[in-house]
Design a protein around this ligand. Sequence first.
Ligand code: CMP
Length: 137
Amino acid sequence: MERTLSIIKPDGVKQAVIGEVIKRFEANGIRVAAMKMIHMTKEQAQGFYAVHKERPFFDSLTDFMCSGPCVPMVLEGDDVIAKNRELMGATNYKEAAEGTLRFDFASSIESNIVHGSDAPDTAAFEIGYFFNSFEIV
Ligand code: CMP
C-alpha cells in the first residue's frame, strides 16, 4: 500500500470539479485517506514548491497557487503514485492523453487542475507539508 499527495489546484476549485476529481480517484480504486481545503499564503506556496525555486515559472506558479483555495488530499492504494499521475495526465495539458484530468479541465501548463507527487520521497515530504499523522485515517 502506497500513499501520495494530490492537490486540486485553485483552477479546479473555481471550475467546481472537486467532486469530479474525487469520483475519478475512487472509481479507480484509490482511497482518500485525508483531505482539507486551504487558502495558501505566498510563503506557504513557496515552501511547497521550493524544489522549483530556480525555475523561471516559480513566481507565477506560487502566485497562482495562493490565488484561491485548493484541496490537498492524501491518496492511498497499490501503486498510487503512478496511478494518480496516469489519471492526471501530462503536466503540459497539450500533451495530456484523452480522458485524463488535465486533458478535460486544464487551461494552461500552469493552470493544470491537479498536482501529484512524482516519487516516494517527494510524496513523504509533500504529505507531511499539509497533514500530521492524526489527520491521515
Ligand atoms: P505540478 O505538477 O504542480 O508541478 C510544478 C508546476 O509548475 C506544474 O504542475 C505546473 O502547474 C507549473 N508550471 C508552470 N510552468 C511550467 C513549465 N514550463 N514546466 C513545468 N511546470 C510548469
